[in-house]
Design a protein around this ligand. Structure first.
Ligand code: NAD
Length: 485
């Protein structure tokens, strides 16, 4: 292998790599070939304890530093991530199977954006002053303390940074547990942060299955849990965190609608549907997987979509020309194949794709179903793979009701040239993140997150600061204090 994918050790704790080979072995599999490319060990209770103790010990001094000092470390780490973008992107591709064409422009780069953005914001975090006659109140914006981040497997570098950057900017310590499917990238984030000057213990990465995450969620030393994962996991983690009234951010799954009106620019709408269903082989939480297309343009839309899908370059993810890679794991590929079979059984029309590719690795064809109805399984459940469901509509009010008829509320999009309709439609969407004539943009400057079952709280932007700090209110009396007796 031209690139060494075996990390120095499984965990990064207290400023250094840490190994404990008594932990359960986790094999890291390159999705493009099925080969084992690294092995790590799940964190044992001793590793978890070391992570907790070092994080607790380091946090108070970090919070006592000025925001400018904390921000300088994060901004330096951002520059280092950009300098190392090539190597980090190659590692991200090994970890996830996503094409280098994507990872080289999305993963370490968006991680660096988060470090730069929150590094810049750190110095301007403030409380407020409230004058009450001659008395007054001031608020202190304080760190929460020890935050736990738990990641999904689709964006391992980005998730590690989207949680770590605001947590650290606000003066917290973080222990991050990556998904057991993609354990490699977060270790590099920890390495870079510490090389950039982060004091030891403030950003620890420990490996493990859900049980390792669960043990941290109930630990009394932990003040906040930020999870990116599925709704079923979110329910469990939220409930466990509630036992000790911990702060939470929940970035969960979706089944988001994309509505294409008959006045839309067809080529842009097709681009949106491709980006919102096939980028990262469809393994994106905010994907617009229920594509409602107005009856008048439905056949034209499907024709253009099928034609443009012919241009997808499916192959070796390391080849810069490849634009569509494998699924992250055999398990995920099998789940998606199960949904494709369900779509056919329940009477949806297969327009294109629908099969596994005859080659090594976990490759599926980009798949489009038309004539999908609202009650079909492929229109109700999150598939998390390259499967687009196209549904017909004629009337705006009717399609809005159908678009919102889901337990999820992560994202939603509309394609139309009618300005008032665009804004009316997004105002009506029951979703946290909406797009007009675009899909799946997630700049760090904008809040990102879901409503309904798709989540609690927001990542990115100034909004994330609310979720990594708490206010202390201080009443100050200037004169004498009267009492009834
Ligand atoms: P998952 O829910 O299976 O696992 C997510 C993480 O939670 C993993 O690290 C896992 O080990 C851990 N975990 C599992 N059980 C746990 C428990 N009881 N306590 C603590 N931690 C536990 O999700 P996944 O399959 O890794 O990722 C795919 C899902 O993530 C999809 O539903 C997708 O929509 C969602 N996702 C959401 C966002 C978002 O920002 N909203 C982003 C990416 C992915």
């Amino acid at each position: 292998m031209p690139y060494d994918t075996q990390p120095t050790a499984s965990h990064f704790v207290n400023g250094a790599y840490l190994e404990d080979t008594t932990g359960e072995v986790i094999e890291v599999i390159y999705p493009a070939t099925g080969a084992v490319i690294a092995k790590v060990h799940a964190a044992t209770p001793a590793v978890i304890e070391a992570a907790m103790t070092s994080a607790k010990a380091a946090q108070a001094a970090w919070a006592a530093m000025t925001g400018t000092e904390r921000g300088r470390v994060l901004r330096k780490a951002a520059d280092m991530m950009r300098d190392r973008n090539h190597d980090l992107s190659v590692l991200e591709t090994y970890d996830t199977g996503k094409p280098y064409q994507e990872t080289s422009v999305v993963d370490a780069t968006s991680g660096a954006d988060a470090l730069e953005y929150f590094g810049g914001l750190a110095a301007s975090l403030t409380g407020e002053h409230i004058q009450l006659g001659e008395d007054w109140v001031y608020t202190r914006r304080e760190a929460l303390g020890l935050c736990v981040g738990i990641g999904a497997w689709n964006y391992p570098t980005q998730i590690a940074c989207w949680k770590g950057a605001p947590a650290l900017a606000c003066g917290n310590a973080m222990i991050f547990k990556p998904s057991e499917t993609t354990p490699l990238c977060a270790l590099k984030v920890a390495e870079i942060l510490h090389e950039a000057g982060l004091p030891a213990g403030l950003y620890n990465v420990i490996q493990g299955m859900g049980t390792v995450g669960a043990s941290m969620v109930t630990d009394p030393r932990v003040d906040k849990v930020s999870l990116t994962g599925s709704v079923p996991t979110g329910r469990k983690v939220y409930a466990a965190a509630a036992e000790s009234v911990k702060h939470v951010t929940m970035e969960l799954g979706g089944k988001s609608p994309m509505i294409v009106f008959d006045d839309a620019d067809l080529e842009n709408a097709v681009s949106g549907a491709i980006l919102g269903n096939f980028y990262s082989s469809g393994q994106v939480c905010s994907n617009g997987t229920r594509v409602f297309v107005h009856k008048n343009i439905k056949e034209a839309f499907l024709d253009r979509l099928a034609a443009r899908l012919q241009d997808a370059v499916i192959g070796d993810p390391m080849d810069p020309d490849t634009s569509f890679g494998p699924m992250v794991s055999e398990r995920q590929m099998d789940i998606v194949l199960g949904y494709i079979a369900k779509g056919q059984e329940e009477g949806a029309r297969l327009v294109t794709g629908g099969a596994r590719l005859d080659r090594d690795g976990f490759y599926l064809q980009p798949t489009v179903f038309a004539d999908v109805t609202d009650d079909m399984t492929i229109a109700r459940e999150e598939i998390f793979g390259p499967v687009m469901a196209v549904l017909d509509f004629e009337d705006e009010a009717d399609v809005m009701a159908r678009a919102n008829d889901t337990e999820f509320g992560l994202a939603a999009g509309v394609f139309t040239r009618d300005l008032s309709r665009a804004h009316r439609v997004v105002a009506g969407f029951e979703a946290g993140t909406c797009f007009i004539n675009s899909y799946n943009d997630a700049p760090v400057e904008a809040p990102f997150g879901g409503s309904k079952m798709s989540g609690v709280g927001r990542e990115n932007s100034k909004a994330a600061i609310q979720h990594y700090t708490q206010l202390k209110t201080v009443f100050v009396r200037m004169g004498d204090l009267e009492a009834p007796f």
